[in-house]
Each structure stands twice: as C-alpha cells, then as structure tokens.
Write a protein that binds this ligand. Structure first.
Ligand code: NAP
Length: 609
C-alpha cells in the first residue's frame, strides 16, 4: 500500500541517509520493498556473523533487480494504465514463484530491450486505451517490438493477456498487436491470447494458472537448481478492489455556481479505521450502484416490472437488482450490441457493426446508453439472456484531490455529475450520479485505493512542478499542493487551469488564491473558454508563457497533464512541442525527442482518460 514517505520516522538514520533511503524506496512496488527489507536483514545477519562481504540474493520477481539469465526463467512484462495489468502481472509473479519457477516481473518501461533476443519464455500483460493506444508507460516497449529494430525471436515461447474495454471499438488492440508481432518475429505461442474486458478477473484467473502450468513444463529441466524462495506471498490488504471499505461520506458540496455548464461536487470521504493509505496522484476506486431513474427507464423500455427472477451462474436476484447493482447499463459494449442486433433483428444496428462504419460505432458507444438502444431498436429479450449479455458492473476511478499529510484519514474527490437530456428524458452517469447523490449524513460508499505510480511528485522537493489540468483534471493538483506544503517543498509550483466560465466554474478558486497569497503557488494561468470568443484553452496560455515554461523545464521542472485524453491531452502535447521547438531552437522532431526524454526521466507525466 502506498504511504507518505516524508512522514515516516527514519529511526537511527541521519537526515542524509534518510533522504537517500526515501529516494531508493520511492516508487518501488510491494515485491521490491519486501525484497529490500529481506536484503537489509541479510546484511545485518551476515555482519553479526562476521562475514566480510554479503552476496546479494537475486530476487526472482522484483522489477528493476539485477539481471538474471534470461534463458532459464519466465519474464513477465506488463503495460498498465489503471493498475489492472500490474496487479495481474504481480499475481502471476507470485504464483510462478510459489510453483518454484524463476520469474522476473517488469513494468514495460523498465524492461531491458536488449534482453528480448535472449528471452526463452515471455508473458506480456498489456492494456489498450482510447482509440487503440497502449498505456503511456509501455509505449517504448511496444514501439520497439513493432518497429524495424525488433530482433527475430525463434528461441522464444510466449503468451499474451490483453486487457481492454469493449465499450471502445478497438478492444484489446495493443494486446492483439503484440501477440501477432511476436508470432511474426518467429516466436512460438504457448497459449492463445486471452482478451479481457473490464471484468478481467473471470478470464485472467484461469489464464494465470495456465501460464504457470505451461511455464513449469517449458522450463522443466532448464530450471536452475538454486531457485531462491524469496518471500512468502504477501498477505492480502484488509481492503481492496475485491473487498472494498464501506466509507462514510463526510461532506458533499456543489462547487460550481449558478449558470455553470455542469454540476461539479467536492466530496470528502472518511477512511478512518480502514488502514487505507494513498499518495498524491493515486485514485480512489468507487463501487457504485446504477441510479434508480436509469434502472426504471431500462425496465420500461423492456416492458418488465423488475420483479422477474433471474438466475445467472447460480445467483438468483430480481431483474431490478441485477440492473441496479450487478450490470453496466450506462455504458454499451460492442459484444452486447452484436447480440442486440441479433435479438432485435435491427438492420441499422447490423450495418453499424459491419466494417467501414467505425466512426458511427464509436459515436454510438460513446454517446448512448442501454436505454437509448432498447428504445431505438426494440427487442424481445428474455430477462436472463439480457443479464448474461450485459457486462458486469466495474468500479470507477477518481483522482484523489487531497493529501493524507493534510487530511489524515480522509480522501477528497472532485466529481463532475453527468446529467443531461436525450429525447426529452433524463440521462445520468452511473458513478458520478451515485456519488453526487450521497448527501445524507448517514451516506456511505464502497471504496478502495488504486495506486498510480505513473503520476508522482518529484522525490526531490526542490524541483519545480508545472501542473496542467482543465476541468476536473485539476483534482490531483489540490492533493499535490497540500503535499508540497506539508513537505516544505522549496521547488516552485505553477498551475494552469481552464474551464468554461470564470464566474461559475473556477474550481477551488479560494484555495488557489490562498496558495498564491502564501507563496505556495508561484504562478497561476487561467483559460475560461466560454467567456470570450474565440475560445481560449490551457494550451493558449502555455504558448503565451512559452519562454518561461521552457526555462522551467531547462531548470529541471516536472510537468504534469491531467484530464481529457481525447482532445485536450494531444492538443496540449502539440503546444508543448511548439514551445520547446521555438524556445529551444529545435526542429519539431528534436522537440518531440526532448519531450520523450522528459517522459523517460519521469518529468513529463500524464493522467488522462
Ligand atoms: P472538460 O470537458 O475537459 O472541459 C474543461 C475545459 O477544457 C473547458 O473549458 C473546455 O472548453 C476545455 N477544452 C475543450 N476542448 C479542449 C481542448 N482540446 N484542449 C484544451 N481544453 C479544452 O472538463 P470536465 O468535464 O471537468 O472533464 C475533465 C476530463 O478529465 C474528463 O475527461 C475526465 O474523465 C477527466 N479526468 C477527471 C479526473 C477526476 O478525478 N475528476 C481525473 C483525471 C481525468 P469548451 O468545452 O468550452 O470547449
């Protein structure tokens, strides 16, 4: 579980060694931390026994640990945006290790590409985002693999687990590309690729067991005799995605004013007694229920009462209960649409699903809910067939808008409530409406912490930070700033925020103004898009401040972008390329390379979706 390193006691260490230790452990995952702890104990033990030197024990499943021989092990490489891929890869590492297999688990960004040519047994766990994109952290690995420099791999046997979201047309695209490319490079598939939807557990768990079984067979005699059992499988945390904590809601206030284009709420959630900890940049997972008004609309479109008993996988519930608590009804998926096209006999839907209509399909998946499709293409669904065809409800992740160094056992969220009309009827977003509606004193919500090591403040608190976050993308920066204040960080802080109207949608205005007054925020740039014509966006402010921005970057600043992935993040990236090119005297390719380098140094970090 993540923790606030700055607040931890450093025992007998002097401040300098303490800072060194903080740097070493910052960002390490749980297996690496456990290995480190065992390593230190080994050093102490050897010293006590009078040994002159200590041979480090090479852990099998520790990312970033010294190189092991690629030939006698299973390498697990994961690319993960929201943490699911990392979780599965780590579980695979633990299961393989427990089965006596030498295994190394790497985040794709840490994988030494030169080892690929020697690798004998490889498993890739990789997710797909947006329009078929790989996770940010896995881009280098994927580009290398798909590019001209990838080596031929006749010695390699492999398996791929692809993660994705079937509400996007290019479902599991990155996993598919990796799988096909490895085969094209001459590698031999040990298992067929498995494509997992957001309810990934169902397929990932049996796949994981199969990988361990095939890896054991494949390595067989090649397995080194001295496989070190490195650690016991860590105890499961008390509360997790699978076992969420039922958290009281302490406060829930609307923070957009009259005339705002949408309702945004500041929600404070108590983690007291849960032992849950988080770091700035992490997300809070929310298990929500579908809003009753949306469930009612679906039942009306089905001409069902909701009382129908439905048994799926041995679980009996009323149709209403299935729709309210167990199934996605505000997001459509391609597999569901295909089944609905068959049940309804809709030629229109069949046409949209055929190749050549990707744009229409994308719009349908993005803009419509189950009720829209049921109304537009009526179908005589049997209740149990419908429940089986719908995707199980998955939790939603919200960037945490607080730091525990300031708020203790609480987590704050910034939630934009999705609420609009279509065909004269109300449509609500599932999780945002659920959380937004938790306004009673006795309200609770089921939560878990989703660590996000891809979006971290600099360990060196003297570094400057530039935080770009339009709309609710500003949420994590409230936590960043609280943390920087608690750390006594000497680096400067620059916020670039945008929203539609100054008067009603300047989220956390008073807090930012206080921070400026205190000297905590060095600079704030604002873009209120609909207060003027033509619209101004955060990237316009960045261009205006280009010389200074470049100077901050040259001085070692860390740059963060949070918010909309589809339009904002690419536009901001394009503006950054222009700025670096103009003020650094570089051509566009060199400016791209400059930003790529910042990414490699973990100084250009994005949390966009
Ligand atoms: P939004 O829809 O992103 O709008 C915020 C501002 O950005 C508006 O002024 C909008 O202007 C402007 N904008 C529109 N197109 C833009 C572009 N191409 N480049 C730059 N700015 C542009 O705001 P939101 O509804 O608050 O949504 C924020 C996004 O952040 C969502 O996609 C959400 O999923 C994501 N997100 C949220 C969190 C969280 O914890 N809440 C965390 C991470 C990401 P106009 O509309 O006037 O054109």
């Amino acid at each position: 579980m993540s923790t606030n390193l700055a607040a931890l006691p450093l025992g007998p260490l002097d401040p300098e060694r303490g800072e060194l230790l903080r740097r070493v452990v910052d960002g390490l995952d749980t297996p690496a931390l456990q290995w480190l702890s065992g390593f230190a104990a080994g050093v102490a033990h050897a010293r006590a026994a009078g040994a002159a030197t200590v041979e480090p024990v090479v852990p099998a499943a520790v990312a970033g640990a010294p190189r092991t021989e690629a030939t006698g092990r299973l390498a697990v490489v994961y690319g993960s945006q929201t943490g699911n891929g990392r979780r599965i890869a780590e579980r695979l590492g633990q299961a393989a290790e427990a089965a006596g297999i030498a295994v190394r688990v790497y985040a794709a960004r840490d994988y030494p590409l030169r080892e690929l040519a020697n690798e004998r047994l490889l498993t890739v766990v990789v997710s797909t985002h947006g329009d078929g994109d790989p996770p940010d952290d896995a881009r280098g690995f994927i580009e290398h693999l798909l590019g001209k420099r990838a080596p031929q791999l006749p010695q390699l046997r492999y398996s791929v687990l692809a993660l994705g979201d079937s509400s996007y047309p290019k479902f599991c695209e990155t996993g598919r590309q990796v799988d096909e490319r490895l085969a094209a490079l001459g590698a031999q598939r040990l298992l067929s690729r498995v494509d997992c939807d957001v309810d990934y557990e169902r397929l990932a768990t049996p796949w994981l067991e199969q990988v361990v079984g095939t890896a054991r067979d494949a390595l067989g005699a090649a397995q080194p005799a001295n496989v070190t059992r490195l650690r016991s499988v860590p105890a499961a945390p008390r509360f997790s995605r699978e076992r969420p904590f039922t958290a009281p809601v302490l406060a829930n206030e609307r923070i957009t004013g009259r005339g705002a284009t949408r309702e945004v709420r500041h929600v404070e959630i108590s983690l007291a007694g849960s032992g849950l900890e988080y770091r700035p940049g992490d997300a809070l997972g929310i298990w929500h229920e579908n809003p009753p008004v949306v469930v009612d609309a679906v039942l009306a479109a089905l001409r069902a009462s909701g009382e129908e008993s439905v048994v799926v996988d041995g679980e009996a519930r009323s149709l209403r209960e299935w729709l309210a608590r167990e199934r996605e009804i505000t997001r459509l998926t391609r597999p569901f649409l295909a089944q609905h096209a068959a049940v309804s006999g809709s030629e229109d839907l069949t046409r949209i699903l055929a190749s050549g209509h990707e744009h229409e399909l994308r719009e349908l998946l993005k803009e419509r809910q189950l009720v829209d499709v049921l109304q537009q293409h009526p179908a005589a669904w049997e209740p149990d067939a419908l429940v089986k065809a719908l995707r199980p409800l998955a939790p939603r992740l919200y960037s945490i808008a607080s730091s525990q160094s300031t708020v203790g056992e609480e987590a704050h969220l910034t939630v934009a409530v999705v609420d609009y009309e279509r065909n004269g009827e109300r449509r609500l977003g599932a999780a945002s409406a659920h959380v937004g509606g938790l306004t009673d004193d006795s309200s609770t919500v089921r939560v878990f912490v989703e660590p996000n090591d891809r979006f971290r403040l600099p360990v060196d608190a003297s570094r400057d930070v530039i935080m770009i976050g339009p709309g609710t993308g500003v949420a994590p920066y409230r936590g960043f700033l609280q943390e920087r204040e608690a750390q006594g960080a000497t680096g400067r802080n620059w916020l670039v925020f945008g929203n539609r109207h100054f008067g009603s949608e300047f989220l956390y205005q008073v807090e930012w103004q206080d921070a400026v007054r205190k000297g905590l925020l060095t600079r704030v740039d604002l873009a209120f898009s609909r207060d003027r014509t033509p619209r101004a966006y955060v990237q316009d402010r960045l261009r205006e401040a280009g010389a200074e921005l470049y100077a901050w970057l040259q001085g070692g600043a860390h740059l963060y972008v949070c918010g909309d992935a589809e339009r904002m993040a690419p536009d901001v990236h394009a503006a950054l390329v222009e700025i670096v090119a103009q003020h650094g005297g570089l051509d566009p390719e060199a400016a791209e390379a400059y930003l790529r380098r910042l990414g490699d140094e973990r100084r250009y970090l994005r949390d966009v979706y």
